[in-house]
Ligand binder design. Sequence first.
Ligand code: FES
Length: 83
Amino acid sequence: MVIQVCVGSSCHLKGSQLIVELLQKAIRANGLENEITLVGTLCVGKCNRVGVSVQVDDDIFAGITAENFGDFFAENILKKLRG
Ligand code: FES
């Protein structure tokens, strides 16, 4: 699985760095280092009023924040990986 965190200027201002750190932590905590490639990307065209855009394989999720990160990770990453 490839996870691309948007580090374009809008997302950067809304916390890309924090989302990257939360992803790194969650990936480690779940032992997914060998299953996930985490990279940054420029604007994916989904700039949102709040939060950061994150692309998981072909799906783009906008508005990821520290508050909704846990649900996002469980729903769109863990569930997808573990079927
Ligand atoms: S800067 Fe992230 S979607 Fe535009």
